[in-house]
Design a protein around this ligand. Structure first.
Ligand code: ZN
Ligand code: ZN
Length: 340
């Protein structure tokens, strides 16, 4: 097992990335708890939530936390109670880090709603480091056909997009509308297309509309336009409440709109007749269960779901976060460990 010290990024004082709130520091290599794995990080995806943690948009849960919750690494050690993982085995570490397993939500299979849940890179140190830890029960085994960089964005953007797709209750061969087309949506679209859906993308950016058509979308229009046909289901990825009535009007009778984001600007008043009547449904999406993650990773491997990625060395994590905040790249940034 590794010991001694390692280098890790730490949110010393939440604030703008450009002002140096995220610092590369020396920390002790973490010691895994009884039920945890020690993971040597090989790659870690950069998620917008890391930016929210670094800049203080989310409250501080752990002072000096190391962000990063799309971690691909190898097992470097384990606690005494861990069974079934070998040193050197590749694993994934994602956002949902721990649930109590005993509350009413956990008991009915909705651990994503557990009030005691803990999150990687917010409540506990994450993957912007040489090493991290994860409770073994929350580590993912990763499909063999995908390299480290390809796997990393699947672990948050991919899993959340997948849960949003299932919450949208798309019928087989149905018509799906995607509002916004960033990291999560472009992975979700690939799953829906592989399952036989007709996908219509409604988004602001011309580059995102081109990517949508390249991936096989039937149409790509501005977010406030109507799709060319009524939708059985829609998913709102853009954090824009104004789009809720727009998407509801685009639904066919009995259609479902699922809202994928953790944040959404205020929703304007809805008109019952055109936006809710005929049994249209509006649903939110909160985090994910481990079952969502396992299902999605298996589907991603089977259907060859691929993120558009931009590689940064781990030693330049703050540059990657700054570039994300400034919208300097499409797709997903992935940090590759150049520190060890
Ligand atoms: Zn994330
Ligand atoms: Zn619970």
């Amino acid at each position: 097992m590794a010991d001694g010290t390692m280098r890790a990024w730490s949110v010393l004082k939440p604030g703008p990335v450009a002002e140096g709130g995220l610092r590369l520091v020396e920390k002790p290599v973490p010691v895994p708890g009884d039920e945890e794995l020690l993971v040597r990080v090989r790659a870690c995806g950069v998620c917008r939530t890391d930016l929210h943690v670094t800049e203080g948009d989310l409250p501080v849960h752990r002072p000096g936390v190391t962000p990063g919750h799309e971690v691909v690494g190898v097992v470097a050690g384990s606690g005494a109670a861990v069974r079934g993982f070998a040193v050197g085995e590749r694993v994934g570490v994602a956002w949902l880090r721990w649930t109590d397993g005993t509350c009413a939500y956990c008991a009915r299979g909705a651990e994503n709603l557990c009030p005691a849940s803990r999150y990687t890179g917010w409540d506990a140190d994450g993957g912007y480091a040489e090493y991290t830890t994860v409770p073994a029960a929350f580590a993912y085994r990763l499909p063999g056909g995908l390299d480290d960089v390809a796997c990393a964005p699947l672990l948050c953007a991919g899993i959340i997009g997948y849960r949003a797709l299932r919450r949208a209750a798309l019928p087989p061969g149905g018509r799906l509308g995607l509002y916004g087309f960033g990291g999560s949506a472009h992975l979700c679209a690939q799953v829906a297309l592989a399952e036989g859906a007709t996908v219509h993308v409604l988004t602001r950016g011309a580059a995102a509309r081109r990517l949508a058509l390249d991936l096989g979308a039937a149409s790509a229009r501005d977010a406030y336009q109507m799709p060319p046909e009524p939708l059985d289901s829609a998913i709102l990825f853009a954090p824009v409440g104004d789009l809720v009535p727009v998407a509801l009007r685009a639904l066919d009778r009995g259609g479902v709109l699922s809202i994928a984001g953790i944040h959404l600007s205020d929703v304007p008043p809805l008109r019952y007749e055109s936006e809710l009547f005929y049994e249209k449904e509006l649903r939110s999406v909160t985090s994910n269960t481990r079952e969502d993650g396992r299902e999605f990773l298996a589907l991603a491997a089977r259907h060859g779901v691929r993120a558009t990625t931009h590689i940064y060395p781990l030693s330049r994590a703050s540059d990657a976060l700054r570039d994300l905040g400034q919208g300097r790249f499409d797709g997903a940034a992935v940090l590759v460990n150049d520190l060890s």
